[in-house]
Design a binder for this molecule. Structure first.
Ligand SMILES: Cc1cc2nc3c(=O)[nH]c(=O)nc-3n(C[C@H](O)[C@H](O)[C@H](O)COP(=O)(O)OP(=O)(O)OC[C@H]3O[C@@H](n4cnc5c(N)ncnc54)[C@H](O)[C@@H]3O)c2cc1C
Length: 323
């Protein structure tokens, strides 16, 4: 490029915008706890809300797909990677501020770190949500939960930026939270902050509970192998893991993707698993559980890019075949 030429495309559109960093072709496997996935066309690290707004409007003008990424503990990236923008929240968008028993945290803040900081101050409420890798934004979006506590139990409100760059705050009721679900899913809104109401209590008790729950969790989960936790949501009144185990699928493999021999609702990457192999296993599981129990398992993991369509196409084919 001639030194007088202006950069074009996304980089050109964002020239002069402060608080962001753009990289191209970064392999996404390093950004998912599954350790699977090809390159992102653009990986953008954002420091503040105005940078996010500028990025959303640039991506909109250019018609680029946009995905926001937290700690990547509930996503499956396609092997060929993702076109368009993958953005991560850092800086001001991953900060926190305590106000008495309330805390306002950025969408990019690690929930486990927030829980520990709160516990050290003697503030209780987040302990049960501290044992899995998550950002505040990723957890609020899907109403993450653990050991009988859901994030809706401590959430007061969340502020989001919509795909058109509009900012708004929603109360917890307005999110219409239910099991692993809020209205933010499928909306394209980015959670930039969340306010939690905690309880004044004892630091010793809160820190002790974090340690105890973490011990229990690591005793039940497949250790050492990359995974994204539960692969399917539990059907109402049932455990997906029990149904999968009853179909005799525990330990089944497709390449290096395996249904964990320890926990049937977890798929592990035994080394070089590909996204298509994980998808194959998921389809096998779904079909087997449907055939045997008439239950249609729904993925808890977010299938990104082409994987969404491939999943839907496979379901459509299966339902045509059964007619
Ligand atoms: C070992 C292990 C154990 C787990 N245990 C549990 C558990 O007990 N309970 C549970 O609920 N989950 C569990 N999970 C799943 C996962 O940790 C949660 O779903 C978590 O909340 C995902 O957060 P994240 O920041 O990693 O999101 P990501 O995986 O990065 O993203 C998930 C989805 O959220 C969206 N997203 C991310 N950040 C934002 C944001 N700021 N605004 C809007 N959307 C956003 C992404 O676009 C994507 O669609 C577990 C995962 C692992 C690996």
């Amino acid at each position: 490029m001639n030194s007088h030429d202006k950069p074009s495309g996304l980089v050109g559109e964002l020239e002069g915008v402060e608080g962001l960093e753009v990289e191209t072709g970064v392999t996404l496997s390093g950004f998912s706890t599954f350790r699977i996935g090809g390159p992102a066309e653009f990986l953008v690290r954002l420091q503040d809300r105005s940078a996010l707004e500028a990025l959303l409007s640039a991506a909109g003008r250019l018609g680029l797909p946009f995905e926001i990424l937290g700690l990547g503990s509930n996503v499956l990236f396609p092997d060929e990677g993702l076109p368009g923008v993958v953005a991560r929240l850092t800086g001001n968008l991953a900060s926190f501020q305590f106000q008495g028993a309330r805390v306002v945290a950025g969408g990019g803040m690690a929930l486990a770190k927030l829980a520990r900081l709160a516990a050290e101050r003697g503030l209780e409420g987040l302990e049960a949500l501290s044992g899995f890798p998550s950002t505040v934004g990723g957890a609020v979006r899907m109403n993450a939960g653990s050991y009988g506590v859901e994030i809706q139990d401590v959430l007061v409100e969340t502020c989001v930026v919509d795909r058109d760059g509009r900012s708004r705050c929603l109360t917890v009721q307005e999110l219409e939270p239910s099991y692993r679900r809020t209205i933010l899913q499928g909306s394209g809104s980015v959670v930039v902050s969340a306010t939690f109401q905690l309880r004044e209590g004892s630091a010793e008790k809160a820190l002790g509970r974090i340690e105890e729950l973490n011990r229990r969790r690591w005793a039940s989960l497949p250790s050492g192998r990359p995974n994204v936790g539960s692969i399917f949501k539990n059907p109402e009144g049932e455990y997906a893991g029990r149904l999968i185990e009853a179909c005799g699928l525990k330990g089944s493999c497709c390449g290096d993707a395996q249904i964990s021999p320890r926990h049937a609702n977890v798929i592990v990457n035994n080394g070089k698993a590909k996204a298509w192999q994980v998808l194959e296993l998921m389809l096998t599981v779904r079909q087997a559980v449907d055939d045997r129990f008439g239950a249609q398992l729904v993925p808890e993991v977010e299938l990104l890019g082409s994987l969404r369509n491939r999943w839907q196409e496979a379901l459509d084919q299966a339902s045509e075949g059964s007619r």
